[in-house]
Structures are given as structure tokens and as C-alpha cells.
Design a protein around this ligand. Structure first.
Ligand SMILES: C[S@@+](CC[C@H](N)C(=O)[O-])C[C@H]1O[C@@H](n2cnc3c(N)ncnc32)[C@H](O)[C@@H]1O
Length: 261
């Protein structure tokens, strides 16, 4: 192994969710690079390690996100190749809906460096807590909004459905203030092929500051077209009525006598 290493950590959705092991990795790194969504997390990272440098400068309005992500990976790898013990910190869970974290680890390993990722609290973890939803009941499916449409993903309407990044559906650039509703309308059109317009859903935003409360808007699928949506909005769609039990599987599992509500 070459000298130089990479540890990728997550900071949680708010800085108070940063795990002890993530804080330790940030504190002991020779160089920290970070991408977070709120000023308190940024301040806490800089407090833990004065070498900390934000990757946010690579974002520009209208710039293709693929180019931005590649520049972030290059910046992280620059430091690893210098022989630094690098910690790259991303908000939420660093491996969930984060392209440069996975790419940086892959590249670092290909070049012979030690690279690993530590788990953290994601937006979906906060959603389960704030909405009181347990994915073990009815199951749960997670999709990225543009991917969901482009690949016409197949899903089970009797399970929960969570759709991420609805604030930039169909837009591959960085756009902090989305105003064009055409992507949202395509998403709602596809959902209405599977659900009724009055089917219940939630637009969810976890609070990024500990003193605030989450924003939870209950609405119907049809109402999503007119709703205010931003870059941190996640869509939750309730499951339809539960499907009947499968007698064959019940019998194979020896559960015939049990009652499933
Ligand atoms: C680039 S991804 C980053 C996800 C992050 N790594 C995580 O683990 O939660 C951005 C998407 O995550 C979701 N998200 C991020 N912050 C959120 C928040 N505060 N509340 C709800 N969803 C959020 C939204 O769907 C948003 O479009």
C-alpha cells in the first residue's frame, strides 16, 4: 500500500447527528475536504480540524453535475496522492445519493491507497423517525426521481415509495432555485398511472438545524403539481391497501395457524 489514505464520513442531516467515529476521523485527518448543506455543520468541521476546505466552490449555476462531481473527486485524490491521510465529509450518509464519495473510494483503491467509508444518518433515517414509518411493515422502495422516470422503474404500490431529488427531476445541472415544474408534472403523470389523484403522500424536509422542526406537508398526489418543492424535499407515498396473504408461502413456512392483519 502507498502512503496516503482516504476515509469518507457522513455528518448526518444536522451536525448534532455526527457520529463519534466520524468526528474522530475528521479530527485526526491530515486534510479534510467537506460538502455540507448548513453553516453549523461546516463550522463544526472547521472547529474539529482547521485544515478543512469546502468542496462547494465546484458548484456553479447551470453547470453539469457530472463535471462538478469529477472535479470534487480530483480534488480529494490530489490530497491522497500527496501522501495525506484525507477525510472527505459529506452531509447525511456519505454513500447514499452521493456520487463523488463512491468514485473517490473506487479511484483511490485502484491507485493502491487504503480507502473506506463510515456509515451515517441519512435523510431517509430522519424520515422514518419523523413520519413514524417502519419499513418492516409493508416494505419500502427508494428511487432517485430522474432515474425512476428514465428507466420507468417498476414498483409495488402496496409498499411505501420514497422518491428522492424531486427538486431537480429531469435536470442534470446544479440549480439551487428550481422553478420549472415540467419534471414534476412528468413524475406526477407516471404516478397517476398507478395511483388515484387523491392518493395520500407527504412532502418531507428534515430540519437541518437542531432548534427547528421538520417540515411535513400532507397532500394528495394531484396537489404535488402546485406544491412548493426545493432541493432538500423528499416525497413519501403511502402504500395502497395490503395485498392478500399467499397461501402457498404460508403453508411452506408453517404459518397457516397465524393471523396476518
Ligand atoms: C444529493 S442527495 C444527498 C443525500 C444525503 N447524502 C443523505 O444521506 O441523506 C439530496 C437529496 O436528499 C434528500 N434530502 C437531503 N436533505 C434532506 C432533508 N433535510 N430532508 C429531507 N430530504 C433531504 C432530498 O431528496 C434531496 O434531493
Amino acid at each position: 500500500m502507498q502512503s496516503g489514505s482516504l476515509t469518507v464520513v457522513g455528518t448526518g442531516i444536522r451536525f448534532t447527528q455526527m457520529t463519534m467515529e466520524s468526528q474522530e476521523a475528521i479530527k485526526t485527518a491530515g486534510k479534510v475536504l467537506y460538502l455540507v448543506a448548513d453553516p453549523l455543520s461546516a463550522a463544526w468541521i472547521r472547529e474539529l480540524n482547521p485544515t478543512a476546505e469546502s468542496l462547494h466552490l465546484f458548484y456553479e449555476d447551470g453547470k453539469d453535475r457530472g463535471i462538478t462531481y469529477k472535479q470534487m473527486v480530483d480534488r480529494i485524490l490530489d490530497e491522497v496522492r500527496k501522501g495525506q491521510e484525507v477525510c472527505a465529509a459529506f452531509y447525511g450518509h456519505p454513500g447514499i445519493f452521493v456520487n463523488p464519495s463512491h468514485e473517490a473510494i473506487k479511484l483511490a483503491r485502484e491507485e493502491g491507497f487504503t480507502a473506506n467509508m463510515l456509515a451515517a444518518v441519512s435523510a431517509e433515517d430522519c424520515l422514518f423517525a419523523d413520519l413514524g414509518i417502519d419499513p418492516s411493515v409493508d416494505g419500502c422502495q427508494t428511487f432517485e426521481a430522474t432515474d425512476f422516470l428514465v428507466f420507468k422503474r417498476q414498483f409495488d404500490t402496496t409498499s411505501s415509495l420514497i422518491i428522492w431529488q424531486i427538486g431537480c427531476v429531469g435536470d442534470l445541472t446544479f440549480n439551487p432555485h428550481p422553478s420549472d415544474p415540467s419534471g414534476i408534472n412528468v413524475l406526477v403523470d407516471y404516478l397517476l398511472e398507478h395511483y388515484s389523484p387523491s392518493h395520500p403522500a407527504i412532502l418531507y424536509q428534515s430540519n437541518v438545524l437542531p432548534i427547528c422542526k421538520p417540515i411535513i406537508r400532507y397532500l394528495t398526489l394531484a396537489e404535488i403539481r402546485e406544491a412548493t418543492i426545493n432541493q432538500i424535499t423528499t416525497l413519501y407515498i403511502y402504500p395502497k391497501a395490503r395485498r392478500p396473504v399467499d397461501e402457498k408461502h404460508l403453508s411452506k413456512l408453517g404459518l397457516v395457524q397465524k393471523v396476518f392483519a
